[in-house]
Every structure is written in structure tokens, then in C-alpha cells.
Design a protein around this ligand. Structure first.
Ligand code: NAD
Length: 497
């Protein structure tokens, strides 16, 4: 992708008029109540759009349209859904700059990341699922010759996708791509903190040829429209990415309503484990810094607990502090900025609160620790705490900001015990040149993904999801595609009667 200068993005943003209305049944419309909320750029405080504040009434409307659209969409040949979804992916690619800009303006991430990471990943996800769907077969059961047991896959029906603000488009596509490919109709509820790219996405899908009602987008708050979708008797499945607390609530709503299927992708407090034989310590330090500072630390799999063998801890921390300097926040529209703005003042205050608590509990601050003032925007310095123990709040709670907790260990057993002593189990990493140690440690970690000698590696071919309270769903790969369908058995007897 091309790398434009700051002036290019500033000029583009001046001409941008983001759409804030809901997208229901193939067109933009105001919320039934007429209510709005304002969307602001966290880097400048500038007003971006008035966003429709959808609620129960809009949810009911959208569900009715999604249900009407379902038989046609579900009945299309998979190759036809593939054709339309590939056109949709193409539209996303064609509008990559605009979508990347909306993402950056709305939630503060650096434009270089929006354009070069999030957008290609979103389009790739659409393409991958589209390409896969006409290659998935049903089964014939191994029965006696007098019977035929057919095992076929059918769509779940109407899927509600409720997503967070840290990777708005990417998280949305991880849900909508497999759900649509599998023949479901989808209602997407973006976070109230980042609705703009999803609203643009809906129109692009429509332009690509997806029929009205197949993909609808309802912006609004969790406790209003989010709850309404999760509790709706005519929504068949709920695909969620967000915090563990809200994930638990949604599971409850599903149980209290129609027992809709729920796929939960929740929070994390991932352990990045570095053994003394990790090899090039400077490289490991640079990767450890990236693992916590990328996307302002607003990453579910952020390597927020760095577990280091005590014999190399001081050396490694020294180098991480050095690399942290490269992550000073800056204007998100400047392609040279490695870290951007924090999504909103509530999140910034939360990060500052975690830092204050860590200081109070005796962790040693090595660098950062405070907000950074750049033209009144919301920024936080890359922060490293040493001498953290696993019982401190900083090691147990998700900060969702650029704050690293360093914990020492003396043996592999101790490292595994610390890593697993967490309610979360989303990701972990192991750094060692010893293959035996890498694999035995990886096996013992209670985590949905383990990275060996890298952090956050993976692509569309592998599932992504959590153990324990990090969730129970899987995004990406054929495993995710399979989640969006249900199995039907048709048993046929020959020669009966
Ligand atoms: P959040 O749980 O506050 O909100 C997520 C979504 O749920 C938003 O759209 C929100 O409006 C909605 N919501 C909130 N309350 C609701 C309710 N009562 N009923 C229905 N919907 C409701 O999370 P967030 O702050 O947007 O995102 C950060 C969290 O997401 C972190 O915990 C992070 O780890 C997690 N996350 C997980 C993954 C993963 O794949 N496991 C990926 C990205 C982010």
C-alpha cells in the first residue's frame, strides 16, 4: 500500500462527511426515536458525526427485515454468495483509504496501521470466507445399505454481531464474513465509540449487490440496542467480541430469551514468557515492546504480562525501556506515528487508574506512567512496570492500554504456574531456542493460542479465540465458518413398507 504524508490525510479528512445514520433494509435512516449521540475524534476532540442512537424499536425493525431477507440469501447457491462477497471484498479494497481514515479519526489508531494492517485484514477475511464456502461438503453417514444418513449444514438464521472499538472493521469482518458466507443474514452493532467505518461498510456491501436486509448496521449503546438484539426472540445467534463482563451478560440474555447460540470472544491478560536461552535479547525486547504498545495497547491479545527468567530480567527490561522510546504517541494521521490516541477520556482515566494502583501496590515504574498532552488529544505514554507480582491488580486485570507488567521467574514450572494463574486464557508466547522447552511449555499453557518465538503470529488459516473467561467462540479458519451453520440429519430408509 502507498504511504501518504500527513498533509494527504489531513486534506482527505477535511473533505470527509461521515455517515451517522443506521443502515436498515438497504438504506440509511434515522433511529425510530430520532435520538443521536456525537462521535468525536480522540486526537483532536473534533466532532465527526451525529450518530443514530438505535434502541429496541430499531432492533425489531432490523430483525424483521433480516428474517424476510433470509430465505433468498440462504437459498442462493454457495457459488453465488461467493461471487457477491468477493465483490464486497473488492469494494472494501477500493475504498481502503476512506475506511482507514474513518477508523483512525473515530478511535485514534495510527493511519499506517489502519491502512496497512486493518483494511487488508478485513478484506482478506471477506475473501477467504467467500472462497471457502463453495468447497464445504455435507456428509453421508456410514450406515447399513438399507438406510441413507445425510448430514447437511444449514444457516443458523439471523445473526447479531456485537463488536468492540479496538479493531472495528477487522472484528466486524471476522463475524460477518463467515456468517454471510454460510447463508445467514447479519445485524451488526458496532461499538458506540467507533461506529463510522461499519456504517460505511454497510453501503459498500449493498453496492456490491448484497440484497437489502442481508447486512444491516445498527449503531447505538450496548444497554439499549445491544441488549435488545441479544434478548430478541427472533435472533438465532449472537457473535460477540468485547469484555468478559459484557460477554457474561450477553450469555445471560441469550438464556433468558430463546437460548440463541452465543460465540463469545472476550478479554485477556496474556503472558509473554521469555527464557534465558531466548537468543537475541534485543530482538526479543523489541518484540515485547510491540506486543504491548501496538494499537496503544488496546489489543485483546496484548502481551501485557512479561514473564522473564530472573537471570536475564534486568538486561531485558533495560532494552525494552530503550525500545519504548520508539512508541511515543503522536498524531494518528501522521504515517510516522507508531502509537496514536486513546479511544476516549473514560479509557484514558482507566489506564491512569491502573498505573496509580500499581504504584500504590509497590510495582516499580521504569518508564512512562502518565498521559501525554499533544494539542489537547487523549494520549498515554508507553509504560513499563518492573517488580510486579502476579497477585497485583496490574497482573490480574485487563488495562487495555500501553502498560507492561514485568514479572520474574526461576523455572519453567514457575513460569507456567504464573501464566495460568489468571481468569483469562486468550494468548501466550514462549521465547526459547530449545525446541523441547518451547513445545512442553506451549502444551501446558491454558490459552487459545500460543506463539513460539514471535508475538501475535497467525493468519486466516488458524482459529482465534480463548480458553477460560477469554471466551468460547473461534474467529477465523474453517472452524469459525462451521460455527455459523447447524447440522441437520436426514435419515432415509429403503424398501420400507
Ligand atoms: P465492551 O464489552 O465494553 O463492548 C463491546 C460491545 O458490546 C460494544 O459494541 C458495546 O456497545 C456492547 N455492549 C456493552 N454492554 C452491552 C450490553 N449490556 N448488552 C449488549 N451489548 C453491550 O468492550 P470494548 O470496551 O468495546 O472492547 C474492549 C474489550 O474487547 C476488551 O476486553 C478486549 O480484550 C476485548 N476484545 C476481545 C477480542 C477477542 O477476540 N477475544 C478482540 C478484541 C477485543
Amino acid at each position: 500500500m502507498t504511504q501518504h504524508a500527513l498533509a494527504h490525510w489531513q486534506a482527505l479528512s477535511e473533505g470527509l462527511r461521515p455517515e451517522g445514520r443506521a443502515f436498515i433494509n438497504g438504506r440509511y435512516c434515522e433511529a425510530v426515536s430520532g435520538e443521536h449521540f456525537a462521535s468525536h475524534n480522540p486526537a483532536t476532540g473534533a466532532h465527526l458525526a451525529d450518530v443514530a442512537s438505535c434502541d429496541k424499536q430499531d432492533a425489531s425493525l432490523a430483525v424483521a427485515h433480516a428474517r424476510t431477507a433470509l430465505p433468498h440469501w440462504a437459498g442462493l447457491a454457495p457459488a453465488e454468495r461467493k461471487r457477491l462477497l468477493l465483490r464486497f471484498a473488492e469494494m472494501v479494497e477500493r475504498h481502503a483509504e476512506e475506511l482507514a481514515l474513518l477508523e483512525t479519526l473515530d478511535m485514534g489508531k495510527p493511519i499506517a496501521n489502519s491502512l496497512n494492517v486493518d483494511l487488508p485484514a478485513a478484506a482478506r477475511c471477506l475473501r477467504w470466507n467467500a472462497e471457502a464456502i463453495d468447497k464445504v461438503y455435507g456428509e453421508i453417514a456410514p450406515t447399513a445399505s438399507s438406510s441413507l444418513g445425510l448430514v447437511t449444514r444449514e444457516p443458523l438464521g439471523v445473526v447479531a454481531a456485537i463488536v468492540p472499538w479496538n479493531f472495528p472493521l477487522m472484528m466486524a469482518c471476522w463475524k460477518i464474513a463467515p456468517a454471510l458466507a454460510a447463508g445467514n443474514t447479519v445485524i451488526l452493532k458496532p461499538s458506540e465509540k467507533s461506529p463510522l467505518s461499519a456504517l460505511r461498510l454497510a453501503a459498500l456491501a449493498h453496492e456490491a449487490g448484497l440484497p437489502a436486509g442481508v447486512l444491516q448496521v445498527l449503531p447505538g449503546y450496548g444497554h439499549t440496542v445491544g441488549k435488545a438484539l441479544a434478548s430478541h426472540m427472533d435472533v438465532n445467534a449472537l457473535a460477540f467480541t468485547g469484555s468478559t463482563g459484557v460477554g457474561k451478560l450477553l450469555t445471560q440474555y441469550a438464556g433468558e430469551s430463546n437460548l440463541k447460540r452465543t460465540f463469545m470472544e472476550c478479554g485477556g491478560k496474556s503472558a509473554n514468557i521469555v527464557f534465558a536461552d531466548a537468543g537475541n535479547l534485543d530482538f526479543v525486547a523489541q518484540q515485547a515492546a510491540q506486543a504491548i504498545f501496538y494499537n496503544q495497547g488496546e489489543v485483546c491479545i496484548a502481551g501485557s504480562r512479561l514473564l522473564v527468567e530472573n537471570s536475564i530480567k534486568d538486561q531485558l527490561v533495560e532494552r525494552i525501556v530503550h525500545h519504548a522510546a520508539a512508541w511515543q504517541p503522536g498524531n494518528p494521521l501522521d504515517p510516522a506515528s507508531a502509537m496514536g490516541a486513546i479511544v476516549d477520556a473514560t479509557q484514558l482515566d482507566g489506564i491512569a487508574g491502573h498505573v496509580a494502583a500499581a504504584l500504590k501496590q509497590g510495582a516499580r515504574l521504569r518508564t512512562g506512567g502518565e498521559p501525554v498532552n499533544i494539542n489537547g488529544g487523549l494520549y498515554f505514554a508507553p509504560t513499563v512496570f518492573d517488580n510486579v507480582t502476579n497477585n497485583m491488580a496490574l497482573a490480574r486485570e485487563e488495562v487495555f492500554g500501553p502498560v507492561l507488567a514485568v514479572i520474574g521467574f526461576d523455572s519453567a514450572d514457575e513460569a507456567v504456574a504464573i501464566a495460568n494463574d489468571s481468569p483469562y486464557g486468550l494468548a501466550a508466547a514462549v521465547w526459547t531456542q530449545n525446541l523441547d522447552r518451547a513445545l512442553t511449555t506451549a502444551r501446558r499453557l491454558e490459552s487459545g493460542q500460543v506463539f513460539v518465538n514471535n508475538y501475535a503470529g497467525g493468519d486466516m488459516t488458524v482459529p482465534f479465540g480463548g480458553y477460560k473467561q477469554s471466551g468460547n467462540g473461534r474467529d477465523k479458519s474453517l472452524h469459525s465458518l462451521a460455527e455459523y451453520s447447524q447440522l441437520k440429519t436426514t435419515w432415509i430408509e429403503f424398501g420400507a413398507g
